[in-house]
Design a protein around this ligand. Structure first.
Ligand code: NDP
Length: 296
């Protein structure tokens, strides 16, 4: 790939708005055809301020595009059995299209059990094993919003991963693993390497990446020396670093040293204003899909 003096920005804000506009107009068509609006139920356990803020953000996004929501706020001390009952009730409720359980959950609750209890056809986060299995098999139903958002960003930016060496740093169930599965499919055709904390000589891998995805959760860890000239760099990380000049005392940065890496990359996503906004938009798309399935 050719070297570039300063990579072009993949503008997550604009792309996410495009996705939201598409979802909104699809919902308008849907309701014009006589269907009720899509309906998302969120389940929030405890009073973790970050989780509460995420759920409020999702409610606002839904309202913007015409998705109705309600949030079941449960006390941090709720028993696992009571939480599972809440989910089973939502599974049974024909008026609910999508169910979202905000993670993380308090330590006494088994997250996997909770995810496994959500009906797969309402699992808009795409974390249920049935949905992850379908994704791996190549006929996805619900794709987890972050990897889905990354693919959509590439598509809408006319970046075709076909034949690229894609290197993903991070192997979590919500980002790295599903993204690897998507990028290696015949629809994307990248050659995928997944790195993690036991990877030796990480930079040897990252330096040959045509497409580098950083999802390790380490502030500005990926420096320019780790990136090939002309690479496409997708920064998933969201990290807080102390910054007394900000009212809130911190600022958000990604896993990539943006200013340095931008000089080498052909395309790069910023943080904030990148993958995070696309992630939020793709949840809306998944909820619309759930409503369509529910109506069938
Ligand atoms: P996890 O903590 O679950 O996974 C991090 C992964 O990175 C692990 O596989 C870990 O390896 C690997 N890793 C950590 N340090 C290193 C290192 N020094 N070298 C190589 N690999 C390393 O994180 P998530 O996947 O949940 O999230 C990753 C980041 O993305 C976080 O900053 C998170 O906040 C952000 N995020 C952003 C989203 C968005 O919408 N933009 C959505 C979800 C997450 P190992 O498996 O060996 O421990």
């Amino acid at each position: 790939m050719p070297a570039s003096s300063s990579g072009s920005l993949i503008d997550g804000r604009a792309l996410a708005q495009d996705v939201k506009d598409d979802v909104q107009s699809a919902i308008e068509d849907w309701t014009t055809q006589g269907h009720r609006p899509p309906y998302l139920s969120a389940v929030l356990v405890g009073d973790n301020p970050a989780s509460a803020a995420y759920v409020r953000g999702k409610e606002r996004d839904c309202a913007e595009v015409g998705i109705e929501t309600n949030t079941h706020s449960l006390d941090a001390s709720v028993s696992e059995a009571a939480l599972l009952d809440t989910i089973r009730d939502l599974n049974q409720d024909d008026g609910v299209d999508g169910i979202l359980v905000q993670l993380p959950l308090p330590g006494h609750i088994d997250e996997q059990k909770v995810i496994d209890t959500i009906a797969p056809h309402k699992d808009v986060d795409g974390f249920h094993p049935a949905n992850l299995g379908r994704l791996l098999r190549g006929n996805p139903a619900f794709i987890p919003a972050t990897p889905f958002g990354i693919l959509e960003m590439l598509r809408r930016s006319a970046i075709n991963p076909d034949g690229m060496d894609a290197v993903i740093i991070g192997r979590s169930n919500i980002v790295g693993k599903p993204l690897a599965a998507l990028l290696m499919q015949r629809t994307a055709n990248a050659t995928v390497t997944v790195c993690h904390s036991h990877t030796e000589a990480l930079a040897d891998h990252t330096r040959r990446a045509d497409l580098l995805v950083a999802a390790l959760g380490q502030a500005e860890y990926i420096g320019a020396d780790m990136v090939q000239d002309g690479a496409v760099v997708i920064d998933v990380g969201i990290n807080r670093v102390d910054d007394p000049s900000k009212d809130r005392g911190y600022r958000l940065v990604g896993d990539v040293d943006f200013d340095a890496v931008r000089k080498k990359a052909a395309h790069i996503t910023p943080v904030p204003g990148g993958v995070g906004l696309m992630t939020r938009a793709m949840l809306l798309k998944n909820t619309l899909t759930a409503a369509r399935r529910n109506a069938e």
